[in-house]
Ligand binder design. Structure first.
Ligand SMILES: [Zn+2]
Length: 500
């Protein structure tokens, strides 16, 4: 539901109404000569001659826009990352394919999934960029630099920045803006001395509708809320809910701003906002050297592969997207300490066994899911996601090991059926009991217990099995109790004997 609403609400997708955006459109649609001139001009040293030539070709304001973008004032392409969708992602996929960053080539579907992420990471690694999987200003610059000439060097950017600050192009007339590319003289002997008429010094410094200050960005609004005297969590939540994934990323990826949020909010409010921001720190998972599966993909995998079992859960609105934070050390500790308490999290029961080092992810008491960016494997998100779809009855009425074993059973089932299968060794001991148990009671019955809380039916199947082994009613009941107790006490071999 969130996903479909986002596109409409995202300011980036709004129909441009002011001249700045119209001009940007003109640059985009300018003829090929203009396009190649632009990339050429920015590939080398940006000289005044080149600036003038560009102004003639595509117009003053358009040049100013490009310069600002180059100088980092305007980000022309949206920042995109895992979970992003739309034309910008499509553009990204086309560029990555052109550069051969994915084998086989990426599906150009405008959806930023794990494969696009892998290609981005490969590209960032090849270009010695920060390998964070986030396609922001620097990665875009590098991607675009490849289209024209190879060297979109820093000096060109600096020149552009300086030019943007001092060039007369900053003061443009409305007519030049309106006329755009086509009306400007093209090959009329550009010299440094004579500025083209539309760059007249007399042109009034007019307001710049494209200025970032004119409409506060989501990030600015978010920060403004943090600065207000009385923190309004409802307003912040509304703001976050209405933001696009890329906008949210501008906030969660800013460590300083997040620290400020942590300082301003209660612990609990902060943690909820982290999940609502869809924090997804890109790391390298220790067990398989991959990145975590996105929450969107985990939802999709669970619903696709277990469609026979999760109808009730889906109907009840269960999902992991928007409920999970993939976090680094500081937020891992914030979430873990809040849920497990300081001592268990940092020290653990004797002999010193800190919880923080033992687990890859967990669901907290507020139903928020936490995954450490560098721990676990590509299946961790699916495992934690399944906990979200599950009824909590197995954990509450039976025990932790039954719950984890069955969660792992379905995690493996999904992982095995994916195009790129996920190998896991997690909760192997529990699973070694749950797998034969699923044969005893039947997978569908086990799913009914796990997802829909139909515990009695599963117990009944167990009793029937014991009956077949010659147990009378009292013995059947006792065997079930003992089985659960064996699981709870981690006597897996004993539990296994009862179902053999
Ligand atoms: Zn679990």
């Amino acid at each position: 539901m969130e996903r479909t609403n986002l596109a409409a609400k995202s300011p980036e997708q709004a129909i441009p109404t002011h001249s700045g955006d119209n001009l940007e459109f003109q640059v985009e649609t300018a003829n090929e000569t203009a396009q190649s001139e632009v990339s050429e001009a920015f590939s080398g040293k940006l000289t005044p001659t080149k600036v003038l030539s560009l102004q003639r070709t595509i117009g003053n304001r358009a040049v100013t826009r490009i310069m600002r973008e180059k100088a980092g004032v305007i980000q022309r392409e949206r920042t995109v990352l895992t979970g992003s969708q739309g034309n910008t992602v499509l553009k990204l996929q086309q560029k990555l394919n052109k550069l051969g960053m994915a084998t086989p080539a990426l599906a150009e579907d405008g959806i930023f999934g794990p494969k696009t992420l892998a290609a981005v990471l490969a590209f960032q690694k090849a270009r010695k960029l920060v390998e964070d999987g986030i396609v922001g200003k620097k990665t875009w610059a590098e991607l675009k630099g490849d289209e024209g000439s190879k060297d979109a060097s820093g000096s060109a950017q600096n020149a552009a920045a300086a030019a943007a600050a001092s060039s007369p192009a900053d003061a443009v007339s409305g007519t030049a803006a309106a006329s755009g590319a086509t009306n400007l003289p093209k090959e009329s002997a550009p010299t440094v001395k004579s500025a083209p008429p539309e760059v007249g010094e007399s042109a009034p410094k007019e307001t710049k509708p494209e200025s970032p200050a004119s409409k506060p960005t989501f990030k600015q609004q978010f920060e403004k809320e943090l600065d207000s005297i009385k923190l309004d969590m409802a307003a912040i939540t509304k703001l976050v809910n209405e933001a696009s994934p890329a906008e949210r990323q501008t906030v969660w990826s800013d460590a300083t701003l997040m620290t400020k949020a942590f300082d301003e909010m209660t612990n609990d409010d902060y943690l909820t906002i982290v999940t609502k921001l869809r924090m997804f720190q890109v790391g390298t998972t220790a067990e398989d050297n991959k990145t975590h599966t996105s929450a969107t993909d985990a939802d999709k995998d669970i619903r696709d592969k277990l469609s026979a079992y999760v109808a009730g859960a889906v109907k009840a609105g269960r999902q992991i997207e928007g409920m999970v934070g993939v976090v680094g050390d500081s937020d891992w500790d914030r979430a873990g300490e809040a849920h497990y308490g300081h001592d268990v999290w940092f020290n653990g029961p004797p002999p010193k066994d800190p919880k923080k080092d033992l687990i890859n992810g967990f669901v907290d008491s507020k139903d928020r899911v936490w995954i450490h960016k560098d721990r676990g494997n590509a299946g961790t998100m699916i495992h934690e996601g399944l906990h979200k779809y599950a009824s909590d009855k197995i954990l509450n009425d039976w025990n932790f090991d039954m719950n984890e074993g069955i969660t792992e059973y379905f995690t493996r089932k999904i992982g095995k059926s994916l195009p790129t299968p996920i190998a896991r060794g997690n909760y192997q001991e529990q699973l070694d009991v749950i797998e034969p148990l699923s044969n005893v009671v039947g997978e569908a019955v086990m799913a009914g217990a796990y997802f829909d809380g139909k515990l009695d039916e599963m117990k009944k199947k167990y009793l029937e099995f014991r009956k077949g082994k010659g147990d009378d009613e009292a013995a059947q009941e006792q065997s079930w109790k003992d089985f659960l107790k064996d699981m709870d006490k981690e006597r897996y071999a004993a539990a296994l004997r009862r179902i053999s």
